[in-house]
Design a binder for this molecule. Sequence first.
Ligand code: ATR
Length: 280
Amino acid sequence: MAQKKALPKLFGVLGYPAKHSLSPRMHNAAFKALKINARYRIFEVEPAKLRSFFASLGRRGIAGLNVTIPYKQTVFPYLTAATPEASMIGAINTIKVSSAGLRGYNTDGEGFLQHLTKDLGFDPRWKNIAVLGAGGASRSVCVYLCKAKPRRIAIFNRDRSKTIDLVHVLNMHNTGIEFIAADTVGHLRLEDADILVNTTSVGMNETDPSLVDARYLRRGMLVYDLVYSKKSTRLLEDARRKGCRTANGLGMLLYQGMAAFKIWTGRTPPKKIMAKAIGL
Ligand code: ATR
């Protein structure tokens, strides 16, 4: 008698909305390449159904999740444990489901740091860093940048109370790094910054302006915009015109996905295949 084929393990991205995620392409390509019997899909779950969704994970055979807007902060109560970094960031983007329960991770900051060091050849050690934004993405990026021991991190956010909170958390866990809660873009110390990172959502819409006056951009500075939803942003266009090196968030997306893949499967992620799947 022919043996029944095991059901594929199920993975996916939990969000609302989540329709435009590139993650299904990236992970399904990786599963296929490594001949892993698994599927990755989108779980678009409205807030009122979040609790029942988590109660159904076992029944559905879900072994891992990515988490996106608006649930990165709200999933904490459903977890058995979270990594120290994810707790410090206060946001989860990856969950591993096992017999031990649900463990939460944040691979966004790791993805950013890996892209920066491995593909862009930028070592943050002793560097001066300027960051736009103090939301979830900024917290991920800043917590991981601190691991690389930069000289200074200056942060500007429209809502200054979030900058103050973030600087407070970073200060508590790190010594030897100067933190600045800038009250304007002009106070980000861009005159001697080695890298400027935009972690805000400004730039996602074609008509969005840049938060930084182009006169602050200099040759020799790396300008990294986490936005990747369209080809370029006003900030990156200005930066290119000024002779800066530039990068968008696609590389970070790739590396955060690779880190999640490793957490779920224990296997080395097939980088080239995953990159190709998201158009890199
Ligand atoms: P994410 O997880 O992507 O970081 P978030 O936590 O909602 O999402 O953070 C969004 C970031 O974009 C915040 O830094 C936000 O600034 P505020 O905290 O002041 O709201 C920033 N942002 C969004 N729209 C903006 C705008 N029009 N001008 C300046 N900053 C903006």
